[in-house]
Design a protein around this ligand. Sequence first.
Ligand SMILES: [Mn+2]
Length: 245
Amino acid sequence: MSQQALFVSDLHLSAERPEANEQFFRFIADEAARARVLYVLGDLFEYWAGDDELSDAAGDPLARDVAAAFKTLADSGVRVALMHGNRDFLVGKAFLAASGAQLLDDPSVIKFAGKRLALLHGDTLCTDDHDYQAWRLTARSAEWQREFLSTKLLERRKTIQGLREKSKEVIAAKPAEIMDVNQKAVREVFRHLKLRHMIHGHTHRPARHEHQVDGARCERWVLPDWYGRGGYLALDDVGPRLVSF
Ligand SMILES: [Mn+2]
């Protein structure tokens, strides 16, 4: 049995980017099929308007194909674990049931290959971006979600399109440092969870970082996005390594 865990995030799958989608289905049938567990740490989809993407007549065929690919993987014995990102935080019970995936809290702590690791999407670490953190609080509230999901799928998609366009302008006007993680927020996660390894995505700045936390050397891996070439982090007894396609 394979002893490998694979970690991906920020695939941003969408009908608009067929190359990334092809890469995804190839990755699921190839590398992921040989792993023991696949962790998807958020922003699997470019956006997610609601689980009726799977069932509505106006639903997204890509959403159904992605769920089916996960289901095949899960049925073959590879665990599939999914965390919400800032784009697909509305992925819900129906998608989980269709895909055979388990939902992970953000943050989550896992044990693998003798290590305790913190898994996060990464947006909660970007504490310098005050506007975003305020929006996150709103969008993650049960009240906002209930109201949003009560409208028709096509209407929700239109709202999201508007939000995406607005957010592009806002992001373009922000200094790059604000869009990266805050060092203090990173140290607080290490301290609070009492571990020395962290994996997250979101910032689209794949790298391995070291942090000194109360005299201990801690390691933080940032996953690549799939807007460019894409890739993943593989973890086994040898240790973690970033793989680009
Ligand atoms: Mn993200």
